[in-house]
Design a protein around this ligand. Structure first.
Ligand SMILES: [Zn+2]
Length: 123
């Protein structure tokens, strides 16, 4: 892979990383303020009861979103590690070069198309 393409992809990864960290922070801050309002104890029992269904739903939505973001973030971080180790752009399974078009669409891709297909078959 040539240096120019690599630095472009690295930039993409760094942008993606800060975007994900920002989203994660927003979710965590959102949860924090929600928890605080739940523990004030100023609402009557009926108010709490009526709200609890939606609150649980919102919380679960946040949790799965948080998991997705953390998952993506760890992929982005390991891609950045591979940039440092100069193994970026190679498949972690078979060491073949990953298709540049694939990397352009998915800068944190760590498997070539062939290995990805194999992995999906194993599921
Ligand atoms: Zn491979």
């Amino acid at each position: 892979m040539d240096g120019k393409r690599l630095s472009l992809l690295k930039e993409k990864l760094i942008n993606e990383k800060s975007r994900l960290e920002e989203e994660l922070k927003e979710i965590e801050e959102g949860n924090l303020s929600q928890n605080q309002s739940e523990t004030t104890g100023e609402n009557s029992f009926e108010d709490n009861f009526a709200d609890s269904g939606t609150a649980t739903f919102e919380r679960e939505k946040d949790l799965s979103l948080e998991r997705n973001i953390k998952d993506l973030l760890s992929r982005v971080n390991s891609a950045l590690e591979r940039v440092e180790k100069e193994t970026y752009g190679k498949c972690v399974m078979c060491s073949q070069g990953i298709d540049p078009a694939r990397l352009k669409a998915l800068p944190y891709a760590d498997l070539c198309i062939e290995c990805k297909k194999k992995e999906e078959k194993n599921w």
